[in-house]
Design a protein around this ligand. Sequence first.
Ligand SMILES: [Zn+2]
Length: 104
Amino acid sequence: MSQIREIKCPQCGKWTLWAGDIDDRCLYCDSFLESRRFSREVEKKIRGEVRKENDYFFINPTDGPFKRFCKNFLNSLRWLVISLQVAFFVFVTIIIVLISLIPG
Ligand SMILES: [Zn+2]
């Protein structure tokens, strides 16, 4: 689908080949030919992943009060579980350290 054409590099001003892909680089200075579009694509991708990671039950502005309450509750429950896991891990580590400190 990609069509190779010649464009002027926005960085060095030399004519280089561009296939229309977002990650095409200049043949001379190795800079991205569509740096603005490229960074926007990356940003969009990162933002999507962050949202997936953080907002497990993402609250939509259109959600009713009950749905909002449920999602908030489930979110805090999830964080509670994570903190409990961390606390348990710390607790076990302390126990192990204490046991190793006991002479015997
Ligand atoms: Zn260039």
